[in-house]
Design a protein around this ligand. Structure first.
Ligand code: UDX
Length: 461
């Protein structure tokens, strides 16, 4: 099938590349010319494991293309995926201006009927508004194409976005007519049947089960995305609440969380306490969901609590830093990890950046290292000393903070790190390192919700 993608951010680019990979003809566009310039030169505007190979291969076989000509992109596909940004406005509402502009563009440029699919995360009832907008713009236009609207939320996670797109556990399509359903079933049939040869799947791994296809109405489909992301945020904040209680009571959050996760009704995922959730999805989605609830007159205090707990994570780590160092001013602090989570260079709403700002405000000096995000962080925080390795960042530091749990930090020679540091003090903002191992190596170690030292076991006579 011929598919157009409007918006080459994480969602649009990964969706477009993966749909090309499973056999469709895909044309992508974006109104950010710099981004398109990078793509046209064979580069990627962001780091995402596995994506470069897929983009490259599909460009070569000409199933994937990029164009600066927005009209050409609109005319190309029978199905148009809108993947434009929906950033938060000051009041927390999702800014839908780019979606509205996309609707106008589609009406102005289309010469045939189109199925317009909203893939960007949008508040419930946006589909209705989009349909109205398309109808209004169509009345103002001399062209006579017809438009159907569908919703198809994306659940991909940065860092594993390619795998999530090719092996999703569910595909949700919100439709109001049978033709739209058939078209979307057609687009996703290779993924639903897992009938393509997966470029990233390790043959040693067991095959993933085929995804479940859920066909819903458009409002429900839109709500599903927000409900999922908000629930994930809620789980993280709950884990952080438990961690706070553990710190006050001397319990060990690792043990509490492990036991909770073994209950199949709870599950272990998204129960890792630490610096909290960041990124461009969870924080903004919860805000938009909150606004939606408030406007509908619903008690959303649960969601406010989730946000408040998350907001206090950096503050709580700063208190520990103050406690350990007494005075932060003029002291050098090493920060490992800048991206909002590992395996991405995305620093949007990254807790690490918040933390660094607070250290700088307190008069401290920061030496930072991240495997991918340094270039992006430089623009936000120019006064930080960016280092080429974790060892370099640790040199002379009076404290080291793990802000993002990149797997490569586990492999560091921590004995060497201790030698390099001015004071062997670790604040592990992600409970990433083994507390005992670090203490045995001679570090003063503080995690989140972990006891200050291992309780001695009483011997049984
Ligand atoms: C999220 C959703 O997971 C995905 O389904 C949706 O499509 C887009 O939004 P993403 O933003 O890539 O994906 O990040 P995610 O993996 O959800 O992590 C979000 C944040 O939560 C990160 O800052 C991460 O460090 C933090 N987190 C995650 C925790 O603090 N604890 C956990 O247990 C899990």
């Amino acid at each position: 099938m011929r598919v157009s993608i409007l918006g080459c951010g994480h969602v649009g680019l990964v969706t477009g590349a993966c749909l090309a990979e499973v056999g469709h003809e895909v044309m992508c566009t974006d109104n950010d010319r710099a981004k398109l310039g990078v793509l046209e030169q064979g580069g990627l505007p962001f780091y995402e494991p596995g994506l470069a190979g897929i983009v490259d291969r599909n460009l070569r076989v000409q199933r994937l293309s990029f164009t600066r000509n927005l009209g050409e992109a609109v005319r190309f596909g029978d199905v148009i995926f809108i993947c434009v940004g929906t950033p938060p406005l000051r009041n927390g509402d999702a800014d839908l201006a780019a979606l509205d502009a996309a609707a106008k563009l589609i009406v102005t440029e289309s010469q045939t009927s189109k199925l317009v699919v909203e893939k960007s995360t949008v508040p419930a009832q946006t589909g209705q508004r989009l349909r109205q907008a398309l109808a209004v713009y169509a009345r103002q236009s001399t062209l006579r194409s017809s438009f159907r609207v569908a919703s198809n939320p994306e659940f991909l996670r940065e860092g594993t976005a390619v795998f999530d797109s090719l092996h999703p556990e569910r595909i949700v399509i919100g439709v109001q007519d049978e033709t739209a359903e058939l078209q979307l079933r057609g687009i996703y049939s290779p993924i639903l049947e897992q009938s393509f040869s997966c470029p990233i799947h390790d043959p040693a791994c067991p095959p993933t089960p085929p995804p479940v296809l859920l066909v819903t109405d458009i409002n429900s489909s839109e709500l599903i995305k927000h409900a999922c992301n908000t629930f994930l945020a809620l789980k993280i904040s709950y884990a952080n609440l438990i961690a706070d209680i553990c710190e006050k009571t001397g319990a060990n959050v690792d043990q509490v969380i492990e036991a909770m996760g073994l209950d199949p009704r709870i599950g272990p995922a998204f129960l890792r306490p630490g610096l909290g959730f960041g990124g461009f999805c969870l924080p903004k989605d919860i805000q938009a969901f909150l606004r939606l609830g408030e406007r509908a007159g619903i008690d959303v205090s649960l969601l406010h609590a989730v946000e408040n707990i998350n907001r206090r994570r950096v503050e709580s780590l700063m208190q520990k830093l103050h406690q350990a160092l007494w005075v932060i001013q003029h002291k050098c602090i090493a920060v490992l990890g800048l991206s909002f989570k590992p395996d991405t260079d995305d620093i949007r709403f990254a807790p690490a950046l918040d933390l660094i700002r607070q250290i700088l405000d307190a008069g401290g000096e920061v030496r930072a290292y991240d495997p991918q995000a340094i270039e992006k962080a430089k623009a936000e925080l120019p006064t930080v000393t960016y280092c080429e390795s974790a060892y370099q960042a640790a040199q002379g530091a009076e404290a080291l903070i793990i802000a993002t749990e990149w797997e490569q930090f586990r492999q560091l020679d921590w004995a060497l790190m201790r030698e390099t540091m001015g004071r062997p003090l670790i604040l592990d903002g992600r409970n990433f390192l083994q507390a005992n191992t670090m203490r045995t190596l001679g570090f003063e170690y503080y995690g989140v919700g972990r006891p200050l030292e291992e309780p001695a076991r009483e011997a049984i006579a």
